[in-house]
Design a protein around this ligand. Structure first.
Ligand SMILES: *Cc1c(COP(=O)(O)O)cnc(C)c1O
Length: 431
């Protein structure tokens, strides 16, 4: 794959994997060449899986026939689905096994066979994870399907490398919203595997119908059992109605053109965003450099600004308890405004001796959901207008851009330009 990239994308790809223009050149790779390379890598995965399976069977004391049979499991012509990860329970390695009869029908189709390669490892203390592995190993030893269903033990970087390079489909089905990221899918995508996943972690951000498949549409059911049932059915349906027909839609030269087109779109669109260069550059620009500059500025002149900030912290800590604010309008009742108009808001603040510039007074507002909770909340800073009856007055207005029920609330927070975090939990008071 590296050679293909070098030839069609160019040698600068190695230095600039975040360069969008370079990724567009994936389109220059001829379908036949990409498919040939993909097939070679799939065969490598199959050889690797057989070798590991034989070793596992020997270790388990399996019979001669079973070990001999392991030399011929899997086929380079079958649609190959990979699932590899730590078997933390929320990743639901067993979702695909919920309806064993349906799964068997899918993978044993003589015209359009499917094979599944699992790899995983459970934390030694994770009994449930280990139970899932036992279940998968049990299914994989069923003589009826063991040619199309393999479990590779001791998942590690080496196993992962063969897997992400050799499969057609990378399956992830974590239970929302527990997946932080799901980096293995990014590795698979860069290698040409197409992602099938619940809309969680990275896939919730990255998914588009033209680059892969989503299981469900991002709903979260309080009843886990019910959600597992619905999502496993959605997965079987996806396989039967979309993945398998697309993969086996071959042209005269026995090439799945539409599949390859999706592979290219997936590589191109995901590769240019989900790569480590882009990530490190964003960390550098947004965090490391500002942090470094802030440090230099605070440190200058015998730590002048650091001392000032420390003094300010002391002042806020002394006075914040008595800082309070009230809404000067008839809050609580509903008012009607027309779209395009603005709703003026006025806050009366007791600053308890702090200066107006020591605080930020803000409106938090947004459309209300049926429970009266603010959704898609935005904040807007109010301006200091002067003093009245011993209180400081802050004013602003909520733009009425969308129609429907809106809600708002007021808050005050301690504000200093040198604060690292805008919000300090104890120095934020809601009306
Ligand atoms: C990529 C990788 C992971 C992390 O994968 P997730 O999808 O983020 O869970 C774990 N183990 C190995 C060996 C990997 O290569």
């Amino acid at each position: 794959m590296d050679e293909l990239f070098e030839r069609y994308i160019g040698p600068q790809f190695i230095e600039e994997p975040h360069n969008h223009k370079l990724w567009e050149r994936v389109d220059r790779i001829p379908d036949l060449e990409l498919w040939r390379i993909h097939q070679i890598r799939k065969e490598r995965l199959i050889f690797f899986a057989r070798k590991r399976l034989i070793r596992q069977l020997q270790r388990r004391g399996a019979g001669f026939a079973e070990i001999k049979g392991a030399e011929e499991v899997l086929s380079s012509h079958a649609l190959t689905i990979g699932f590899a990860r730590r078997f933390a329970t929320y990743k639901r390695a067993n979702l695909l096994l919920r309806d064993p009869d349906r799964l068997r029908r899918i993978i044993l189709d003589s015209e359009r066979p499917v094979q599944i390669i699992f790899a995983g490892k459970a934390h030694p203390a994770d009994t449930e994870g280990k139970e899932i592995i036992r279940r998968i190993v049990h299914v994989a030893s069923d003589p009826a399907i063991r040619n199309n269903f393999v479990f590779i033990e001791d998942y590690d970087m080496n196993v992962a490398r063969y897997m992400v390079q050799g499969v057609d489909v990378w399956l992830s089905n974590p239970r929302r919203p527990l997946e932080a990221s799901g980096t293995s899918g990014m590795k698979a995508a860069a290698n040409g595997a197409i992602t099938v996943s619940t809309l969680d972690g990275w896939w919730d951000e990255a998914y588009k119908p033209e680059i892969g498949w989503a299981i469900g549409s991002g709903e979260t059911d309080a009843n886990q059992e019910e959600q597992d049932r619905i999502e496993s059915e959605a997965l079987y349906n996806l396989m039967e109605h979309e993945l398998i027909p697309l993969y086996y839609d071959l042209d005269r030269t026995e090439i799945p053109r539409a599949w390859i087109a999706m592979m290219k779109r997936s590589m191109k669109e995901l590769g240019q965003v989900f790569n480590t260069h882009r990530m490190v550059m964003e960390y550098t620009d947004n965090y490391y450099i500002p942090a470094h500059l802030a440090h230099t500025a605070m440190d200058a002149d015998k730590h002048k600004r650091a001392r000032e900030l420390a003094a300010w912290h002391g002042k806020i800590a002394d006075r914040w308890q008595q800082v309070s604010l009230t809404c000067a309008d008839d809050g609580g009742s509903e008012r009607e405004i027309r779209a395009g108009q603005a709703l003026p808001v006025r806050a009366k603040v007791n600053l308890n001796g702090l200066a107006p510039h020591d605080v930020a007074v803000e409106i938090y507002f947004g459309p209300l959901d049926p429970n009266g909770e603010i959704t898609e909340g935005r904040t807007l800073r109010l301006e200091h207008r002067g003093e009245s009856d011993g209180a400081s007055i802050f004013e602003g207005s909520i733009p009425g851009v969308v129609s429907g029920r809106m809600g708002y609330s007021l808050r005050i927070r301690a504000h200093h330009p040198d604060l690292v975090h805008r919000k300090t939990p104890l120095w934020l008071t809601w009306e």
